[in-house]
Ligand binder design. Structure first.
Ligand code: AMP
Length: 307
């Protein structure tokens, strides 16, 4: 069994109230892979970069056990570049630049060794490419999780809706859920989105946690109140990596286990925001991850006697 990750592998320019970096490695595929690597050693990445992408960053992924056979390196071409600026509250941001570069005509090649894929996560990327990856897997994975963003809703909504019909879980933030459904209430938005295809819907709410919807049920996972948040970039992807990582590790795709996966995802995201870029995800220990999960348990556990 393996967990196949597809997503952008990128350079990011980031401005937060605490600092600015012009060019740092990022991308949905990068964050998801690092995060999932803490749960399973069978993470296989599909993506594309230009020859400007640092070899040491690919090595850092491999050192975490991530298989990069499906990461194409295009000679003479430039990697995907995204630039964003966060508002003061860090919960919202503006995209300033999106340069697709190698992503514009990316043809995802699935190595034969990836065909044992049991869990597939389609990180934020062109919906058409997400669809191609599903179609190129000879056997439908046990669980397909998809992430996306407003950018694709604006320029490729029909393609995005076509992929939605093929996936089991969709992960978006609150703003994106509202945009996709046309509903302000997240409960109404969830109902509409669940009618579009996925059986499960995760709505991320930044520092206000995340909701998991399934049929008429809903579960809430808080975000850990942190003293210092430097850069929320990649938090959503890191969350998704922890979520699918826990599911791949346990092999259990029930709603009950997804609740636990939501907590693991939230725990991983809480590490990501402490530093610029994915650096905080290079050298965590299993003990640190477990301790963080315990903090989540302590945060929400209380006793109450109903009279
Ligand atoms: P997150 O903060 O979890 O939403 O993810 C941020 C990451 O998404 C950054 O590292 C970007 O490189 C990547 N990203 C931003 N826009 C896009 C896009 N349109 N397609 C693919 N990846 C993107």
């Amino acid at each position: 069994m393996s967990l196949v990750v597809i997503g952008s592998v990128a350079f990011d320019g980031i401005e937060t109230p605490f600092g600015k970096v012009d060019r740092i490695i990022g991308g949905s595929g990068t964050y998801i892979s690092f995060s999932a690597s803490y749960f399973t050693k069978n993470v296989k990445l599909v993506g594309v970069v230009g020859d400007d992408f640092p070899k040491e960053s690919i090595k850092a992924l491999e050192e975490r056990g991530v298989n990069t056979e499906g990461l194409q390196i295009k000679q003479g071409e430039k990697s995907f570049f995204w630039q964003g600026k966060y508002h003061l509250d860090l919960n919202s941001r503006d995209t300033l630049v999106t340069e697709l570069n190698v992503l514009a005509d990316f043809d995802p090649i699935i190595p034969e060794s990836y065909q044992d894929c049991e869990y597939l996560i389609l990180g934020n990327l062109t919906p058409q490419i997400q669809k191609t990856v599903i179609e190129r897997l000879k056997k439908r994975p046990k669980l397909i999780v998809m992430d996306t963003m407003n950018f694709w809703m604006e320029i490729a909504l029909d393609d995005l809706k076509a992929v939605l019909k093929m996936v089991d879980v969709l992960s978006v933030n609150d703003e994106e859920a509202r945009q996709l459904s046309g509903e302000h209430s997240l409960v109404k938005a969830a109902k509409k989105i669940l009618e579009m295809g996925p059986k499960f819907l995760i709505i991320k709410k930044g520092e206000h946690g995340a909701l998991l919807f399934h049929k008429n049920e809903v579960f809430f996972a808080p975000a850990l109140p942190l003293e210092e948040v430097f850069d929320p970039t990649g938090a959503g992807d890191t969350f998704a990596g922890g979520f699918i990582g826990h599911i791949a590790k346990t092999g259990d795709i029930s709603f009950e286990n997804m609740k636990r996966a939501l907590i693991y995802g939230s725990a991983m995201a809480s590490f990501c925001v402490g530093k610029f870029g994915p650096e905080a995800l290079y050298t965590l220990t299993d003990a640190q991850v477990q301790e963080r999960v315990q903090e989540f348990i302590d945060l929400v556990q209380f006793e109450i006697e109903l009279v």
